[in-house]
Design a protein around this ligand. Structure first.
Ligand code: SF4
Length: 158
């Protein structure tokens, strides 16, 4: 989809929506464009290095993400507002590890600002943290909790 012209993208999305309604289909839509994902999905699954991080309705996931990776992804969505400074958005650290030799425990731990020793020792299992919201994280984000920003501010910055 990302290689397509925006108007062609819109036509294809409309076609998928029409097919879904007309034939009662369940579609799995895999994309990196989270703005589009929100518009077309009834349920969103966020994955990192082949593992599920978070599952829930678009409203819950986009308004109150509980997994740090989801938070970082959402903060990477471009905002068409010049008053929103990119530096004030959550940052991710490090490089993507090799999928051939992923980190132990939580696969996001080498890039996660909330990582602790437990994250290396134990793989987090998917569990329900609020009605309909499932997260694989030992230390999920609390309501309103933010991550360190690209300009170094934020409650977790050192
Ligand atoms: S389990 Fe640990 S490293 Fe993984 S996302 Fe949660 S806090 Fe971060």
């Amino acid at each position: 989809m990302s290689a397509l012209d925006v108007s062609v993208q819109a036509q294809i999305l409309n076609l998928l929506e029409e097919m879904k309604t007309r034939y009662g289909l369940t579609l799995i839509f895999i994309a990196h464009d989270l703005a589009v994902v929100k518009n077309v999905s009834d349920r969103v699954v966020v994955m990192y290095l082949g593992k599920i991080c978070e599952v829930g309705s678009p409203d819950v996931i986009y308004d109150q993400p509980a997994h740090p990776y989801t938070r970082v992804l959402l903060d990477a969505i471009p905002v068409p507002d010049p008053s929103v400074r990119p530096e004030a958005r959550a940052k991710v650290i490090g490089e993507i590890p090799s999928p051939v030799a992923p980190p132990s425990g939580c696969r996001f731990r080498t890039r996660c600002p909330k990582a602790q020793a437990k994250c290396a020792d134990e793989e987090p299992q998917v569990r329900e943290v609020s009605p309909g919201q499932f997260v694989a994280c030992h230390f999920p984000l609390a309501a309103g909790e933010t991550l360190p920003t690209r300009n170094g501010s934020g409650p977790l910055a050192t």
